[in-house]
Design a protein around this ligand. Structure first.
Ligand code: 3HC
Length: 296
């Protein structure tokens, strides 16, 4: 099993920043890349604030917290990831964009480096085909928010080696996560089950079964989910939910995975969820971490 000292993360959004935090807080050198400097600045403060929160809660010593903050280096230059032992991609959920990135990474990464994707549903085998090291390409799917959620889903592509799998699993465990392993089929385990539920909630709203509040309360209180499915869709991003439904629909070839027209319409209208301040619900800034705050 390869030794991991430096973790590269690509994409400084919510997922990438969360993964960078996990790596730094657990003692790894981290190189976080994004081409947008403002995204890097936001991620840098998120990681420092999250580490400081661990220190104030007594979960990390002051000295370990200061060391962890120094472990993160943000960079707008992709080539700075050339020293990473594993690179975790957390960019936009588009197969073409990811393939282009994997092809670039294959050229700049160490020969021994593992290239992991945090994709929600895209085929690892197809991403691996953009490289000359398919045995070192793997899916490492974190749940949102990565620091809080206990799971990492690991997906082996058709060519992924046993060594790549064991090294990636050990890394996720060093981050304090429980690992589940999935074959490389559309949506893997979590989104294969979660997204049809969210899509069905949109159908329930679309066909007038109930109000959005009652649909969410039904699942929150009736099945003890921390968030109702519509609220969760806003949290994940409606564009992300739609792209996963499209992968399920195309990849599994079954009409039961057809995205609900209401979900499509929200995305067409730019109502993408919390990140845009409006999705199924409308949000005010201060309330973004809690429940939906106002009616549309
Ligand atoms: N980063 C770091 N920590 C965070 C955080 C974030 N973004 N959001 C919340 N937290 C921490 C808080 O600091 C707090 O920590 P503490 O208990 O030590 O003080 C704790 O989480 C609880 O946070 P809050 O009190 O602010 O809020 P809630 O109690 O309402 O919890 C939630 C927020 C953890 C997001 C909870 O609502 C939840 O579990 N929701 C479901 C999330 C879920 O299902 N995620 C998976 C989605 S599927 C997915 O990601 C796959 C993808 O491919 C689509």
């Amino acid at each position: 099993m390869a030794e991991i000292k430096t973790v590269g993360v690509i994409g400084a959004g919510q997922m990438g920043a969360g993964i960078a935090f996990l790596a730094a807080a657990n003692g790894f050198q981290v190189r976080l890349h994004d081409s947008a400097p403002e995204a890097l600045a936001t991620a840098q403060s998120y990681v420092s604030n999250s580490i400081n929160a661990l220190v104030s809660k007594g979960n990390l010593s002051q000295a370990a917290g200061s060391d962890a903050c120094l472990l993160l280096q943000c960079t707008a230059n992709l080539k700075d990831l050339c020293t990473a032992d594993v690179i975790i991609e957390a960019i936009v959920e588009s197969e073409d964009v990811k393939k282009k990135l994997f092809s670039q990474l294959d050229k700049i990464a160490k020969v021994s480096a593992i290239l992991a994707s945090n994709t929600s549903s895209i085929s690892i085998t197809r991403l691996a085909s953009a490289t000359n090291r398919p045995q070192q390409v793997i899916g490492m799917h974190f749940m949102n928010p990565p620091p809080v959620m206990k799971l990492v889903e690991i997906i082996r592509g058709a060519e992924t080696s046993d060594d790549t799998f064991s090294t990636t699993k050990a890394l996720a465990e060093r981050f304090g996560k429980t690992v589940i392993s999935s074959q490389d089929y559309p949506g893997f385990i979590v989104n294969r089950i979660l997204m049809p539920m969210i899509n069905e909630a949109f159908y329930a709203l679309y066909t007038g079964v109930a109000t959005r509040e009652d649909i969410d309360a039904g699942m929150r209180l009736g099945t003890r989910h921390p968030m109702g499915p519509l609220e969760l869709a806003d949290f994940i991003g409606l564009d992300v939910c739609l792209s996963i439904m499209r992968v399920l629909h195309t990849g599994l070839g079954d009409s039961r995975y057809a995205p609900c027209p209401l979900l499509v319409q929200h995305v067409d209208a730019g109502r993408l969820g919390r990140k845009r301040g409006i999705g199924v619900y409308k949000y005010i800034k201060e309330a973004e971490k809690t429940r939906p705050s106002a009616k549309l």
